[in-house]
Write a new protein. Sequence first.
Length: 198
Amino acid sequence: MRRVALTGGIATGKSHVRAQFEKLGVPTIDADALARDVVAPGTPALAAIVSRFGPDVLDGHQALDRKKLAAIVFADPEARRDLEHIVHPAVRVATDAWFESLDPGAHALAIADIPLLYETGRERDFDVVITTACSRDTQIRRVMERDGISEREAGQRLEAQWPTEEKVRRADYVIRTDGTYEDTNRQVQSVLDAMRGQ
């Protein structure tokens, strides 16, 4: 089974692209969902986060208050690195377990959506990398609309990631999401056809 990574900057359409691959019969997993699981109440990762950032990052139910933590880590590169050192190893283990749980006889390939693939040096874990991309203006607008934050805050989140152009340069396939959903979906089908034909 070929291990495929889907990556791209914040608000570049990864979720839509992953959903399209899923509709086309490709097993997919979302590393962001895994990241939420590995910091659930009672997990070692959540205990490590509280130890590093203090109990103020918890909500009234003793679960992680992601908005409070985001405000800290997107404003402080060292804090962000500390968080990544806690969460990323746990997500990597969960991702590997998911790939191993799939039947290679039933699936020629499977896709893991990993937003910080290059930032964490994980591209070597995969056979193929697909990057979603759109203009910076589109990213900023989408993040502001999605998260209800200011343009400055949206810019901070973009700055926390590698530039889209660098991800595009390193990828095996690029899906541009500036256009219509139909245009994006056609690109997904084309990339899937190419991967199956290899």
